[in-house]
Design a protein around this ligand. Sequence first.
Ligand SMILES: Cc1ncc(C[n+]2csc(CCOP(=O)(O)OP(=O)(O)O)c2C)c(N)n1
Ligand code: SF4
Length: 290
Amino acid sequence: MAKKSKKDLAKYHTQSTPNWCPGCGNFGIWVAVKNAIAELEIPAHKVVLVGDIGCSGKLPYWTDFNGFAGLHGRSIPIAEGIKMANDDLTVIVIAGDGGTLSEGLQHFIHACRRNVNITVVLHNNQLYGLTKGQASSTSEKGFVSSMTPEGSYETPLNPALLAVTSQASFVAAGFAGNTKHLTQMIKEGIDHEGFAFVDAYQPCVTYNYINTYEFYSKRSYELDDSYDPTDRRAAMDKVLEIDEGVKFPLGVLYQIKGQKTLADNVLHGKTSVAKANIDKISVNKLFGRK
Ligand SMILES: Cc1ncc(C[n+]2csc(CCOP(=O)(O)OP(=O)(O)O)c2C)c(N)n1
Ligand code: SF4
């Protein structure tokens, strides 16, 4: 596909500028989300970005797509509802590791196994950014914050491993400092028929002194064609590298195609709610009443 010109991409921008801290990794993800949608040529009115709460969750404010500001940890079920109501829409969740892997952890796991056709972009800055850098479920052991003055003693969750073991049908990782690659991951996630999870490593330049741009630049590497993302066991091994904290594979870590989505299972090929002719639906009949 031909590269989009700056003029093409401009139609997805708003006049306002994000108020993230200068240098925040959210900027790279913001660019990648917009570029992915532009390169896939999805009309802006057919896109819904569902923001969680946090620095990351504000991303939809600074795009020209439809947006929904969810509650902390609840953006995934909102996105599921939007997709089930109107499957013509491309629905993307924009959320932090705090909301997704603490407050909303159960939603994340069930969305994976339900295979709802949405894309979740995890802004993984390994802390709670908006509330001033407290340790989250993905913080490194020993991470000192206002809530963990002696250093976090909990073992961090591995989001990609959690997604693979929770039966997600698409799992990828990207880095906010490599927008070209991250754009490709988000494009592939959107194109995937089913639940797509993109773990985006996002330096928080204000509170995270461990997982910096330099940290990821030194430790991350792009998967090449010799890696087979359809092999689940190989994917498990690959994502376990992340646990060691010294290697961060970037790319499509796991993908299985052809699985039934939530809409396939629930709507049985029938139309989604937005397209249903509700004039002809008898509520009495639905409830088995005469
Ligand atoms: C249920 C609930 N718990 C706590 C809060 C307070 N709160 C607002 S933003 C935030 C931190 C968000 O962290 P994260 O989800 O990781 O996103 P980030 O700011 O790092 O992008 C918290 C704890 C809230 N709004 N709702
Ligand atoms: S606090 Fe961290 S995550 Fe939030 S805008 Fe600033 S650098 Fe970004």
